[in-house]
Design a protein. Structure first.
Length: 72
């Protein structure tokens, strides 16, 4: 099964970079969305880390993760 995940920034920082990590499937992206192809049944996880190169940003990088259950 293939699913698309998106990340958003609720601040006004610019020069954002995105790094995605996937456990239990495959997928990679450097944009605000990532398409994941899930593997066999069991637990999975999608993590996105957003970073900014702006000098005034104080909360970079920041990560968010989502645990998923892969059904057979």
């Amino acid at each position: 099964e293939v699913a698309t995940y998106s990340a958003s920034n609720d601040g006004d920082a610019a020069d954002l970079t995105y790094a995605w990590a996937v456990e239990g499937g495959t997928g990679t992206s450097t944009t605000a969305s990532c398409e994941v192809t899930w593997g066999s049944a069991g637990p999975g996880k999608v993590t996105c880390t957003i970073s900014s190169t702006e000098d005034t940003v104080t909360d970079s990088p920041v990560s968010g993760e989502l645990d998923v259950t892969i059904s057979a």
